[in-house]
Design a protein around this ligand. Structure first.
Ligand code: PEP
Length: 254
């Protein structure tokens, strides 16, 4: 299949220097499958990016949690893609639902951000996902398709994009999507890519699931054919993140 399992840890707006160092020590001491089997990327807050990068084992990588939509300049409080590149930060998360909903980032704005970050050489974890109301009204596929289209409309290549399906109702709630629910949406997203971008992009793009993933539920989710990994929030701050990384071996035995 050729889609390497991807496990991202989104630390969100959490941590002190001491706490961050403690998480890195746990990660550095962990025995996990090799880089051939799983790509691990952790995403500390901006202020800890260089510290984490300097301490983290070389087979794990770092991501920023956001970046500015265009070239830097007079945009108080923002961090530009160029700055991340300058610090050798390889990845950035864009379009997380907390930014879409709390900071009113529109589909088009997210698409512009993804395109600009890619143009500067960053790799992007691009997030999509429906709210509970949208799911209950039967519009899940329409919502995630529109979010994906807004990205597809702006980018020239999907080579450096990982698409994260993160149902809003599952984020930080402890209410994880069932393996069948995750697989259904991942299948639809891959079909959307196939029909609207191309067969090769659909076959090669990793679609990862996020929303209350933990050490106990990851293995069953990972068995789903269109689930290519995870974006983990709360559990990425805990030692059980190692178990999520290890769930990659489910694919190895395919
Ligand atoms: C996230 O914020 O990307 C996320 C998936 O959070 P949690 O795992 O805590 O639900």
């Amino acid at each position: 299949m050729g889609r390497k399992f991807f496990v991202g840890g989104n630390w969100k707006c959490n941590g002190t220097t001491a706490e961050v160092k403690k998480i890195v020590i746990t990660l550095n001491e962990a025995e996990v499958p090799s880089e051939d089997v799983v790509e691990v990327v952790v995403s500390p807050p901006f202020v800890f990016l260089t510290l984490v990068k300097s301490l983290l084992r070389s087979d794990f990588h770092v991501a920023a949690q956001n970046c500015w939509v265009r070239k830097g300049g007079a945009f108080t409080g923002e961090v530009s893609a160029e700055m991340l590149v300058n610090l050798a930060i390889p990845w950035v998360i864009i379009g997380h639902s907390e930014r879409r909903l709390i900071l009113n980032e529109s589909n088009e704005f997210v698409g512009d951000k993804v395109a600009y970050a890619l143009s500067q050489g960053l790799k992007v974890v691009a997030c999509v996902g429906e709210t509970l109301e949208q799911r209950e009204s039967g519009s899940t596929v329409a919502v995630v398709s529109a979010q994906t289209k807004a990205i597809a409309d702006k980018v020239l290549s999907w080579e450096n994009i990982v698409l994260a399906y993160e149902p809003v109702w599952a984020i930080g709630t402890g209410k994880v999507a069932s393996p069948a629910q995750a697989q259904e949406v991942h299948f639809e997203l891959r079909k959307w890519l196939h029909d609207n971008v191309g067969a090769e992009v659909a076959a090669s793009t990793r679609i990862i699931y996020g929303g209350s993933v933990n050490g106990a539920n990851c293995t069953e989710l990972a068995t789903q054919p269109d689930v290519d990994g995870f974006l983990v929030g709360g559990a990425s701050l805990k030692p059980e993140f190692i178990d999520v990384i290890k769930s990659a071996t489910v694919k190895k035995n395919d």
